[in-house]
Every structure is written in C-alpha cells, then in structure tokens.
Write a protein that binds this ligand. Structure first.
Ligand SMILES: *[C@@H]1O[C@H](CO)[C@@H](O)[C@H](O)[C@H]1NC(C)=O
Ligand SMILES: *[C@@H]1O[C@H](CO)[C@@H](O)[C@H](O)[C@H]1NC(C)=O
Ligand SMILES: *[C@@H]1O[C@H](CO)[C@@H](O)[C@H](O)[C@H]1NC(C)=O
Ligand SMILES: *[C@@H]1O[C@H](CO)[C@@H](O)[C@H](O)[C@H]1NC(C)=O
Length: 344
C-alpha cells in the first residue's frame, strides 16, 4: 500500500513538473521554526508543487481551485495549517489529503462544497485534525432532506467544527465518533424546524453551540437542547427565532452555569407567530432566571416593557459580568430602576 502510494506520488510530481506553466507567486515567511507560504489572489487552479517542502502553513485563499487532486499536498509532510477558503471548490477526492497527517487546521469556508458530496474516508489521512471550517459553502439551502456525508467519524480529535445547516438535515452518520468535539458553529443556516430529536446524534460533550444568522424563522421544540449536558455557550445571534421562543428553548438548561447566552437581534417584525413588541414577564424569564450566566446579550429585540420586575428575579446575579440590553425600546428610566434593584 505504502509503495503504491509512493509511486503514485512520484508520478504525480513528475506529471506536475511538466504541465506547470508558471511558478506560483507565493510569499514565504519564516517565524522562528514556523514556515508559511501565502499564495493569495494568484488565480491558481491547482495546488502549487514548487514550494519548500518544510512549510507548516499553506494559505491558498482567494484562488480558483475547483477540486483538490489526489496527493496534492503529499510533498508538504509537516503541514499543520491549511487554508483553502474562498476558492471555487465543488468536490474533494478521496486521497486529497493523503500525506499530511500532522494537519491540525483545515479551512474550506466560502467554497461550493455541498455537505453531501464529501467522499467517504476523505478525512481518514488527517485524523489528528482539531479544527475544521467547512462553513459558508451552500449559498442556497436545499429543501429536500440532506444526509451529511462529511465522514467526520474519522475525525476523533476534532475540537471545533464550522459547517452549514441545511433546512432538513440528517446529521446521524457524520458525527459518529467525534467525541472530542466541543465547539459547533452553524453558518450558513437554513433550518426551519428543530425537534427534540434533531441534535441527538451529535456528540454529547459539546460546550459551545452557535447558530448564527439562520435566515428563515425556525420553530424549536422546548427540549431540543436537552442533549447538550455540558453546554456553556449558546448563541442564536442574528437568527429569526424571536426572543420569546429563544427564552423557552432554555427549558432544559435550567440551573446550568453558562459563560455566554447570546440572543442579540433575534426578534423580527416579519415573524408573525409572536408579537413584534416584546414585553418581558416573569413567565418568559422563568428558565433563564435559574441559570448562572456570565455574559448575557439580549440587545436589539424590540423589548418595549419589563413587567413584574422580571430582570431582578435572576437567582444568580452574582454570576453576571456583562449584560447587554442596548437598542431595546423600553424607557431608560425603567431600565435604571430595574438595575438599581438588580444590583442591590
Ligand atoms: C479566477 O476567478 C475570478 C473570479 O471568479 C476570475 O475573475 C478570474 O478570471 C479567474 N482566474 C483564472 C486564472 O481563472
Ligand atoms: C438519515 O439517513 C440514513 C441513511 O444514511 C437513514 O438510514 C436514516 O433513517 C435517516 N434518518 C432520518 C431521521 O431520516
Ligand atoms: C466525550 O464524551 C465521551 C463519552 O460520551 C468520552 O468517552 C470522551 O472522553 C469525552 N471527550 C472529552 C474530550 O471529554
Ligand atoms: C419535546 O419535549 C417537550 C419537553 O419534554 C415536550 O413537552 C414536547 O411534547 C416534545 N415534543 C414532541 C413533538 O414530542
């Protein structure tokens, strides 16, 4: 197997030497023992094969790659950080990442990779990967059910993942084995219904869940976040969920300790299910009130009034480091009164 791969690799390099027309105009930078190659805006359609073999970082942002040939990086054996963002990638090949087993970071954002087109095993050679960004690839959310084929089950050391969330995701197989995953970011996001079961195939250890800028209003069942027993950061900012519903989604997180809850700008006039004017009440605040929160952002939600001193009933006010309420409509006087109570 090894011999075969080596031969293939040699053939590939020879082939490349012949077809290569212009030397890629890349900037090589050395900091202590870390060597980087920056090849921005070169119109590259394939991975350059004439860079120093001992580069640790290869940055191919803003080029015209449409696919990654098999063994394209095989000569860069100590590569740790690879950026192929903002190209035209539509597909990967099964041996695209062969030979770079030290890779820790792979950034593929801003391409045209569908979450269902990753060939099975494509990440097997880079099992040590800790950070993968495959987000901002699907400009148009599909409307059919999409089975994620990211074959992430080889990525047992992955700690942070950024990926798009289609409108009807089937996440089950892709996430198997990703027991180290802690941070999960969805962007772009087209989901319109999150049931109690949607997230149940995701790894349990996730501490940080971010679903930003979900473009269409989505319903979230009240137990959907139950699965994340280690959650300490929840971010819905910019998503069309409405503050009313977001507060209700905290039902399974009662008595948690959270570093961050970010509900910035999640209430929109276009959402007809709830009133655009938000009046905070004890009832709405009953779950969030039990949570010890360091940073809470509920700015830009058209909060017009606060009833029954609902802001002062937090059971753990000592946890707060930061509370961001700006750009709501309730009177500044009332806010001050609330806050005086709140802090004494
Ligand atoms: C690369 O893509 C850009 C924008 O899509 C285009 O303007 C440019 O002509 C392409 N260059 C090459 C070498 O294909
Ligand atoms: C997800 O897709 C798999 C096929 O890969 C299928 O067996 C499974 O039933 C699907 N799950 C749901 C909830 O549709
Ligand atoms: C994540 O949870 C699994 C069991 O659910 C456990 O085996 C694994 O060690 C945990 N990983 C981390 C990094 O905590
Ligand atoms: C989701 O879970 C909540 C809380 O357990 C429950 O009230 C609700 O009925 C569940 N939704 C569905 C569709 O089963």
């Amino acid at each position: 197997m090894y011999k075969y791969q080596e031969q293939k690799w040699i053939m590939f390099v020879l082939l490349f030497k012949f077809v290569q027309i212009s030397k890629a105009n890349c900037k090589i930078q050395i900091e202590k023992v870390y060597k980087s190659a920056f090849c921005w805006h070169q119109g590259l359609v394939s991975v350059p094969q004439d860079l120093p073999v001992d580069i640790n970082r290869l940055d191919l942002r803003w080029n015209n790659l449409t696919t990654i040939q098999n063994y394209a990086f095989a000569r860069y054996t100590v590569l740790e950080h690879l950026y192929i963002c903002d190209n035209q990638l539509r597909s990967l090949m099964i041996y695209s990442f062969c030979g770079v087993q030290n890779l820790q970071l792979l950034a593929l954002s801003g391409n045209k990779l569908d979450v269902s087109v990753y060939p099975y095993g494509v990440f097997r050679p880079i099992e040590n990967l800790e950070y993968l960004d495959a987000s901002r690839n699907m400009k148009n959310g599909k409307t059919d059910e999409v089975v994620y084929s990211l074959a992430f089950n080889h990525l047992v050391h992955l700690r942070e993942l950024h990926v798009d969330l289609v409108s009807k995701p089937n996440l089950s197989k892709s996430f198997m084995g990703m027991n180290s995953l802690q941070k999960l970011w969805f962007d772009y996001c087209y989901i319109y219904y999150i049931s109690n079961k949607t997230f149940t195939s995701l790894p349990k250890n996730i501490t940080e869940l971010r679903m930003q800028n979900c473009k269409s209003f989505f319903t979230i069942e009240s137990d959907a976040l139950r699965h994340f027993s280690s959650l300490n950061a929840l971010d819905f900012s910019g998503s069309h969920i409405h503050l009313h519903q977001a507060l209700r989604s905290l039902y399974p997180l009662q008595n948690y300790r959270m570093k961050e809850i970010n509900f910035h700008h999640i209430t929109y006039a276009s959402i007809t299910r709830y009133d655009y004017d938000v009046i905070l009440s004890k009832e709405m605040m009953k779950y969030i009130a039990t949570i010890c929160i360091q940073t809470l952002d509920i700015s830009y939600n058209n909060i017009v009034a606060i009833k029954e001193m609902s802001l002062i009933m937090f059971r753990h006010p000592e946890c707060f480091i930061n509370v961001i309420l700006s750009a709501n409509r309730f009177g500044i006087e009332q806010m001050e009164i609330e806050f005086l109570y709140f802090f004494y």
